[in-house]
Ligand binder design. Structure first.
Ligand SMILES: [Ca+2]
Ligand SMILES: [Ca+2]
Ligand SMILES: [Ca+2]
Length: 397
């Protein structure tokens, strides 16, 4: 570039700010990105969100406690941009095909830490263990999902399919880790509580999920989970309780994806197709939250397109691995909010379902079996135009 012009540019900008704005890439609109807070946080809450955001991006090294066995070194390395993960950062868990409790805990189960710091040997899957692959889900809007009351979830369950629509849906009942105190009035069954987070809903709440991620994914011990995954020895915490709490707060207050083009005629028509093909029996369009200590989350209607329940998804999605009371073929209904933004965090193309095996939305639908078989058959019976409308609607979420 001619040096004279080079020096002229800043001066021109001062006199013609709008013109120079057009030269810069415009900041993406709020509905086109996943990060950002829920509406209505106080200044103190926003400050805590920002501390949590930093904790989410913190990269651990062997000196700051990484490992000795681990899968990756930061939350963000697997949850880029808070969006869906990518098959390259998937996790593997192992166990057995019956739900009698994981028999491989003494052998490093359930999670496979396939990396180790120098001087240590990464784990391998023990002989006789079955295993499943889990791709990272998006981290958006999770505070709303946690604020749905247990009774609301149980209202959606229909274990014996009393209404005869072929869809049952049951919670995953899990044993709580010691560091989780259930809230007063929490639903319980045989000493177990409802799991909500994770592909098989194996974690009770975001605190549970976060502590598990620190220790299982990165080898970071905390006062909540002080035992080293390698030596089983109790260690001094490698992360403070304050940092864990900030991170949990961050997950609670990360905003929900915002639908785009809701008024587009194809989106409106596609939503009707969604209803007609009974996708909404599991992907519930509207849920409401109960009480929450975070005001911005209390008593709100929101649109996650999930029922937080486990469904029999048929043989093709049977991965021979159980968690809690969840069977090998049962998976938690994936929230569909943010589906149209998935490719932004997945390298320009989508990887869907629990392990990312579906390379398009249509492929994901065609993998639905079990309780979702009827719905899939309705989908295959749609006209090309209806399929396109449904897709346009799903892309708007
Ligand atoms: Ca460590
Ligand atoms: Ca392990
Ligand atoms: Ca039913």
């Amino acid at each position: 570039m001619n040096s004279k012009i080079y020096f002229l540019v800043p001066a021109v900008c001062i006199f013609a700010l709008t013109a120079c704005d057009k030269l810069l890439p415009a900041a993406p609109a709020r509905q086109d990105v996943l990060d950002g807070t829920v509406d209505g946080l106080s200044a103190t809450e926003t400050a805590q969100f920002l501390r949590g955001d930093a904790a989410f991006g913190r990269v651990f090294s062997p000196i700051t406690g990484l490992g000795p066995l681990f899968v990756s070194n930061s939350c963000i390395s697997c949850h880029a941009g808070d969006g869906k993960g990518h098959p390259s950062t998937s996790l593997i868990r192992f166990g057995q095909t019956d739900d009698t409790g994981n028999q491989f805990m003494e052998l490093g189960g359930p999670q496979l830490q396939n990396k180790a710091v120098p001087g240590f040997t990464p784990e391998i899957i023990p002989a006789g263990a079955s295993h499943a692959t889990f791709m990272a889900p998006a981290n958006t809007g999770l505070g709303f999902l946690e604020a749905v009351s247990d009774s609301e979830i149980l209202k959606m369950a229909d274990p014996d399919d009393k209404d005869g629509d072929g869809v049952s849906g049951v919670p995953n009942w899990i044993h709580l880790p010691e560091f989780i105190r259930p809230v007063a009035g929490a639903a319980t069954k045989d000493g177990r509580y409802i799991g909500r987070f994770g592909r098989k809903a194996g974690a009770h709440n975001l605190h549970n999920q976060t502590v598990n991620a620190y220790i299982q994914d990165m080898g970071i011990v905390s006062t909540y989970s002080p035992y080293d995954t390698y030596s089983s020895k109790e260690l001094d915490p490698e992360v403070t309780n304050g940092e864990v709490e900030d991170l949990v707060f961050y997950l609670h207050t990360l905003k929900a994806p915002i639908q785009r083009n809701a008024q587009d005629p194809d989106v409106v028509a596609g939503k009707q197709v969604f209803v007609n093909t009974q996708c909404g029996s599991c992907h519930k369009p509207v849920l409401k939250t109960g009480n929450s200590s975070i005001r911005a989350l209390a008593n709100k209607e929101f649109s996650p397109y999930t029922d937080l329940l486990m469904h029999d998804m048929g043989k093709e999605l049977d991965d021979n691995y159980t968690e809690g009371t969840a069977k090998t073929y049962e998976w938690r209904t994936t929230p569909l909010w943010g589906l149209g933004l998935a490719k932004d965090s997945q390298g320009g193309r989508v990887f869907l379902m629990h392990d990312g095996r579906a390379k398009s939305i249509e492929e994901a639908i065609l993998l639905h079996g079990g309780e979702a078989l009827k719905s899939r058959q309705k989908y295959t019976g749609l006209s090309a135009k209806e399929k396109q409308q449904l897709l346009t609607f799903l892309e708007s979420l």
